[in-house]
Design a protein around this ligand. Sequence first.
Ligand SMILES: Nc1ncnc2c1ncn2[C@@H]1O[C@H](COP(=O)(O)OP(=O)(O)OP(=O)(O)O)[C@@H](O)[C@H]1O
Length: 240
Amino acid sequence: MLTLDGVYAGYGGGDVLQGLDLSVVPESVTCVLGPNGAGKSTVLRVVSGLIKPRQGTVSLGEERIDRLSAPEVLAKGVAQVPQAGALFPRMSVRENVLMGGYLIRRQRKLLEERYSAVAELIPLIAERPNAPAGNLSGGQRRMVEIGRSLMLDPAVVLLDEPSLGLDPKSIAAVAGLINGMRERGKTVVLVEQNVRLGLSLSTHGVVMEGGRVRLLGTAEEITNHPEIASLYLGALEPNS
Ligand SMILES: Nc1ncnc2c1ncn2[C@@H]1O[C@H](COP(=O)(O)OP(=O)(O)OP(=O)(O)O)[C@@H](O)[C@H]1O
C-alpha cells in the first residue's frame, strides 16, 4: 500500500501540497484529477523522491520512503514515467529501454530477461530495436518511455499525462499498456488531463484541489459524482 500522510511539499516558494492524505489501493489504477495547479504532478514527484516533503510521510507498505533519493525509491519498486521528451534521441530504442535497467546492469541475464518481457509487452520495441529514438513518432516515443520504466519490474508505476499530445491511435495503444499493467497486478497512479479517458482506464479516482484530496472513490463513484462536472467547469471557465 502506497500512503501519503499529512504531506506538505513545494518548490521553495511555498507549499503546493497542503497536508495531503492519500492511500492508494494495491494493484489499483488510480487516476489523479483536478484543476491546473492543484498539485497533481507534485504528488507524483513526492512519491518518486524527486522532491522531499517539508512535512508528512510517504510510505510503501510499512516502510517510509520520503527520505530516500529518487534512485533509492526506484530501487524499492516505484518507477515514474516522466512527461514526454525524456528519451535520448540519438540512441536506439533498445539502448533507451536498457537505460531503464541501469540498476541491474551487471546482472546480464536478468537484464536480458526483463528486456524480453518488455519487448513482448510493447511490440514496437521488438520490431524496431535499432531505430534511433529521435526518428519515432510521439506515440512511439511514449511507448518506449513506458517500456524503459518497466525494466526494473516496478510494483508501482507513476504516469504523468500519458496521453498528452498523442493521436487517437497512440492513445489507444498507451491505454492498452495501462490495462496490461493492471492485469499484471501493478499499482498504477496516473495524472491525466483527459478526465474521461483517465477514469475509463482506472479502478479508482482522486480529485485534488488546492494541494489536498477533495474526493476519493472508485472510478465509477467519481465518474458519477455530481460535483465532478462543476469542479471541472470551474476549472475550465475561470472567468465565469
Ligand atoms: N519545478 C517547479 N518549480 C516551481 N514551481 C513549480 C514547479 N513545478 C510546478 N510548480 C508549481 O506548483 C504548482 C502545482 O504544480 P503541479 O504541476 O503539481 O500541478 P498540476 O495539478 O499537475 O497542474 P497541471 O495540470 O497544470 O500540470 C503550480 O502552481 C506550479 O506553478
